[in-house]
Design a protein around this ligand. Structure first.
Ligand code: APR
Length: 233
């Protein structure tokens, strides 16, 4: 591997599947008991905020339970960041904190984070490990019922897009890991990177059909450490 390469990585829920967090579109996945528009859209939140609070409270509680921890794929990406001699930019669609727990720093959570809430009135974002309700009070402006999960819902603008687009345009190597590649704008990142001259690879349980230069098929806990070893060698 050449030295000093700019590496940009995009992860999706497949990387956390072996940590016990369901993916979104599997038959028993995150959405299976819910209509997406009820729990992941601003309109759904306006219609039934209690349902939405409960949905994210349950996911937050599960994330913080002893049942969930980073797996070998998260660990390998943290090692890549520590040992690679060029830039490593880690973008995730995941709202869990498993990359951070594994040791990755500066993770770009483009779809928000389960362990943060936001006040719809004053805009303040707070860390939280507690359940929220329609009666929760904002610590900054004292507004009642103004808190919402700091999650990007369908129809909303993903976070960090300026930084992400800049990183993609400078990438020498782009890796997409554990994502079905059906949700934009993330699904189009490999094309932006390729247009800037990057080599593009996909690591997934199954080939998604997108046109990457190379696809590694297998479980993330096995394929990602192998790819990191190869990249660092
Ligand atoms: N290792 C590697 N890949 C896996 C594994 C595994 N152990 N298990 C599942 N996968 C793959 C699946 O084959 C699938 O292609 O992970 C992918 C998960 O796809 P989705 O369920 O569509 O999840 P994701 O791509 O993260 O969804 C993107 O959609 O609903 C929104 O905001 C939500 O961030 C999410 C976005």
């Amino acid at each position: 591997m050449k030295t000093g390469l700019n590496i940009v990585i995009l992860t999706g829920s497949g990387i956390s599947a072996e940590s016990g967090i369901p993916t979104f579109r599997a038959s028993d996945g995150t959405w299976h008991n819910h209509k997406v528009e009820d729990v992941a859209s601003p309109e759904g939140f306006s219609r039934n905020p209690s349902l939405v609070h409960e949905f994210y409270n349950a996911r937050r509680q599960h994330l913080l339970s002893g049942d969930v921890e980073p797996n070998a794929a998260h660990d390998a990406l943290a090692r890549l960041e520590r040992e690679h001699d060029g830039d490593v930019v880690l973008i995730t669609q995941n709202v869990d904190d498993l990359h951070e727990r594994a040791g990755s720093t500066s993770v770009l959570h483009m779809h928000g984070e389960l362990l943060k809430i936001r006040c719809n009135t004053c805009g303040t974002v707070f860390p939280t490990d507690q359940p929220t309700t329609i009666e929760s009070v904002c610590d900054a402006c004292a507004g009642v019922g103004s808190l919402r999960p700091d999650i990007v819902w369908f129809g909303e603008m993903p976070f960090h897009m300026d930084v992400i687009e800049q990183a993609l345009s400078k990438a020498d190597l782009f890796a997409s890991i554990g994502t079905s590649g059906v949700v934009y704008p993330a699904a189009g990142f490999y094309q932006i990177a390729a247009a800037g001259g990057a080599e593009t690879i996909e690591i997934n349980l199954e080939a998604t059909g997108s046109r990457f230069d190379e696809t590694f098929v297998g479980r993330a806990s096995e394929t990602v450490p192998e790819w990191v070893d190869l990249t660092l060698s």
